[in-house]
Design a protein around this ligand. Sequence first.
Ligand SMILES: Nc1ncnc2c1ncn2[C@@H]1O[C@H](COP(=O)(O)OP(=O)(O)OP(=O)(O)O)[C@@H](O)[C@H]1O
Ligand SMILES: [Mg+2]
Length: 326
Amino acid sequence: MKVAFVGKGGSGKTTLSSLFARHLAARGATTVVIDADINQHLGEALGLDERELAGIQPMGHHLTEIKEYLRGDNPRIASADTMIKTTPPGKGSRLLRPPAHGVPTDPIHDRHSVNVGGVHLMVTGPFTEEDLGVACYHSKVGAVELYLNHLVDGPDEYVVVDMTAGADSFASGLFTRFDLTFLVAEPTRKGVGVYRQYRDYAAEYDVAIAVVGNKVQHPDDVAYLREQVGKDLLTWFPHSAAVRAMEQGRGFALDDFEAAGRAALDTLHRAVDARDKDWVHFTRQAVDFHIKNAQSWANEAVGMDLVDQIDPDFVLGPERTLAQAL
Ligand SMILES: Nc1ncnc2c1ncn2[C@@H]1O[C@H](COP(=O)(O)OP(=O)(O)OP(=O)(O)O)[C@@H](O)[C@H]1O
Ligand SMILES: [Mg+2]
């Protein structure tokens, strides 16, 4: 299952992504968690120190190699240069599987993920001054879009993506790549403001969202969230002393998390598992976004009609990885 955490800046996306990933891994699930935010804090939230963080190879810094690998011998994609973030896989493309049993089986997971207590962390890399005018943040998250478009996840396999704040995620097709999107909302006007924006956009693209309240201190907070978001409110996390202690650099294990928080993690897990996988829909949306990108800017930028990259007979899904393995 592919899951995203979105919401207002500071609402708790990174904290909840890291806690949910730890929860999944503790249940024995294969879990990849990706930091796709401009400001990269997910590694820290998982307890990595500076030296360990420095050892991670950011996906956003190796876009060409990633494209080169994924295109495989797909005859419709002549070179990595002609591959854009929305170029969909087709016959001959290399597909990815989450690293079951803790062992990466492809060079993408092998090079770009680190195992943090059973969770496989991947990062886009920070947006630095050197990037100004050379690369844009969206080309870095493009690595995540390509990754998700080539990833076949099976039962009990999860990819959790910590997204950038606010509605910036709409700038690409990335926000449509998830089986479920958790919108983290503090019980404040601004917190629910982002929800409205997201809900309207999501409805247009048939994206499933569930609101997750965070930093709830009082029953009135829950009543406020209910009043504002109605049935979209899935669950909520308390304002947590254990999370605060973690922020203060003290050790943290899931068992330290308050019972209400652990129950909320269970609720997220069940909500994700209740989603039906629809590979046809997933593939069609990828293709639609590719056509949109090709026609709005990429055909001109690359100098060819990138709509030709679409393999009309290709549907991503478990059958494809099986065929690839034979
Ligand atoms: N349930 C909680 N209880 C207590 N503190 C929390 C909780 N959730 C998040 N926080 C704190 O709130 C702050 C912001 O959280 P976090 O960094 O996860 O938000 P974010 O949405 O990822 O922010 P950004 O938009 O900057 O990426 C952090 O100091 C974090 O420790
Ligand atoms: Mg964050």
